[in-house]
Design a protein around this ligand. Structure first.
Ligand SMILES: [Zn+2]
Length: 83
């Protein structure tokens, strides 16, 4: 999927689409989302996301953060135990 980003609103440079890795911060934590299609300014590196991409990242991040996992040690009860 290709999007039009127009020129960079900071420096006016050309913005091209690339797949980037985003450190997405929410109130509850940080999620790293890879291969996000973003417009990247070739001059200053500023990144732009379309509304659809921003929405999808928000959804992904909330899903990822909802899956909070707790590590619990698992022990096998010894079958040989003489009880
Ligand atoms: Zn720029």
């Amino acid at each position: 999927m290709r999007h039009e980003y127009g020129n960079c609103s900071f420096c006016g440079g050309p913005v091209e689409e690339r797949l980037v890795s985003v450190d997405y911060r929410t109130k509850t934590g940080l999620v790293i989302i890879e291969n996000v299609p973003a417009g990247v300014c070739r001059q200053c590196g500023e990144q732009y996301y379309t509304a659809e991409v921003a929405k999808a990242m928000e959804k992904l991040a909330s899903e990822a953060l909802a899956k909070k996992t707790v590590t619990v040690p698992v022990y096998e009860f010894p079958a040989s135990a003489n009880l």
